[in-house]
Ligand binder design. Structure first.
Ligand SMILES: [Zn+2]
Length: 328
């Protein structure tokens, strides 16, 4: 008789190890995937709607989520971005608190799920959706790429979410006594970024190019660039006057021109420090160790998913660190 017990023990030990590894992976990936799609606990979310200026309101999701711009009047309601799919009814209810008019139009500032997740539901209600050409192209990709966690994937949006009307430069709405301008900016957060300006109300929605909660999320997986982020912020600063109210993609407060300058200058300072280190021949880990964001970390790290360890490598590689010479 051959005693197989040690072998069996070995096999079961190996299986146990494998199982526990699988289990660990599962528990690591579960919160990660939920976090990247940002849809944790949406059933309990309460949305609020607050006036910004003139005919423009903002729908906020306490705790985060893409801020929705709402322009309303006798011609109907225009939305800028659509949050997550499970929140559409709450978005409609929030709009219903300030107007009886129908939601007619939706403009997407970019491809991310926390800004386009409600598209299909709103299209189903007869809302006409607009975006930049590049944003629609991103809807056609097999999976939706997400910048967090070193580039993660989320399931692609349904066909009904795709904007049927796209533009490559500027789109003007003549609505509610106002000429609403949606226009392309340099590839910053993504390559489909647009700003939406309401000149009469003097309100500017910047999508995720500008956030009050974190360093800029430059989504290189969806065509975002550092140089475009600075250029797009320059555009926003040029447009903004002393009284302009700015809706950030994320963050609960409306800001003004001063905050935009502060954000742009913060990026320029970090960029300058990283470029200096690259020119000294420093490797990425040495640049991170030099803490080029140290002066800003207290203010710009409210978002637990996007800190210096996420931001600095992007600045480093976008500036030509790691051997790329193009931008030096
Ligand atoms: Zn985004």
């Amino acid at each position: 008789m051959i005693d197989t017990t040690p072998e069996l023990n070995l096999i079961s030990r190996l299986n146990l190890q494998k199982f526990s590894r699988l289990l660990t992976t599962f528990f690591i990936l579960l919160p990660l995937s939920n976090y990247s799609s940002g849809q944790v606990g949406l059933a309990d979310v309460e949305l609020s709607i607050a006036p910004v200026a003139g005919s423009v309101y903002m729908i906020q999701r306490p705790g985060g989520g893409g801020n929705i711009g709402v322009q309303l009047g006798p011609d109907g309601v225009l939305l800028v971005d659509s949050l997550f799919a499970p929140l559409t009814e709450k978005v409609v209810q929030a709009v219903g608190k300030v107007t009886d008019e129908e939601i007619r139009f939706l403009v997407n500032t970019h491809i991310h799920i926390d800004h386009v997740g409600g598209n299909a539901n709103l299209a189903d209600r007869g809302v006409l959706i607009f975006s930049h050409d590049n944003t629609r192209l991103r809807f056609l990709e097999e999976k939706s790429h997400f910048p967090r966690a070193g580039g993660s994937f989320a399931p692609q949006q349904p066909t009904a979410a795709r904007p049927p009307i796209t533009f490559n430069d500027t789109l003007n709405f003549h609505l509610n006594g106002e000429e609403v301008r949606a226009f392309k900016v340099p590839p910053a957060h993504t390559d489909g970024d647009i700003f939406v300006y309401f000149p009469e109300s003097d309100v500017l929605h910047l999508g995720d190019v500008y956030r009050t909660t974190s360093y800029p999320i430059i989504d290189v997986y969806n065509g975002g660039t550092l140089r475009g982020t600075v250029a797009a912020m320059d555009m926003a600063i040029d447009i903004a006057g002393p009284g302009t109210k700015v809706i950030p993609g994320h963050g609960l407060e409306v800001v003004g021109r001063k905050e935009l300058i502060e954000f742009r200058d913060m990026i320029l300072d970090i960029q300058g420090q990283v470029l200096k280190l690259i020119r000294e021949g420093k490797k990425l880990h040495e640049v991170i160790a030099a803490q080029p964001t140290a002066a800003y970390d207290a203010k710009w790290t409210d978002d637990p998913g996007w800190g210096p360890a996420d931001f600095i490598p992007i600045v480093y590689y976008q500036l030509g660190g790691g051997g790329r010479l193009a931008d030096r």
